[in-house]
Design a protein around this ligand. Structure first.
Ligand SMILES: [Zn+2]
Length: 140
């Protein structure tokens, strides 16, 4: 499962690819700070979600955010909710990146992916432990 999304999410390194995910974005107006251009510049791409139509994700730290308001500044929101994100710490526009910047960002993205996968597995095992405990308590 972790490999299936890898190619798609790797392409999110490029701002133009992130921008392209914001089809029919409800805040796509120059007067909105969280318009698609600013969202993509701030590292976000849009996730497909029927229940959360404004759900976005950072391509590096993988932080997901929704509940956007027109006056929300994507950079400030990203920094507020994920201050340790390597993209936020780099604080450079894509056109100013060096190869070293790119490689450091990719290394951090991979760390985030592994961390996310491990946290999912830990949660899965915790749920299985609860089920097993309940089963054992029933039979003894
Ligand atoms: Zn981030």
């Amino acid at each position: 499962m972790i490999e299936e999304n890898n190619n798609l999410e790797f392409s999110m390194h490029m701002e133009k690819n992130r921008k392209a995910t914001f089809v029919d974005w409800p805040y796509d107006d120059e007067s909105c700070l969280c318009n698609s251009k600013n969202m993509a510049e701030a590292g976000f791409f849009r996730l497909k979600s029927e229940n959360e139509p404004d759900l976005v994700k950072c391509f590096v730290c993988l932080k997901q955010l929704d509940g956007w308001e027109p006056e929300d500044d994507p950079w400030k929101e990203h920094k507020y909710h994920s201050s340790k994100c390597a993209f936020i710490k780099l604080n450079k526009k894509e056109c100013d990146w060096t190869m070293d910047d790119f490689l450091k960002i990719e290394a951090e993205r991979q760390k985030s992916r592994v961390r996310f996968h491990i946290e999912q597995q830990i949660e899965h095992y915790k749920q299985e432990a609860v089920k097993s405990r309940e089963f054992i308590e029933k039979i003894i």
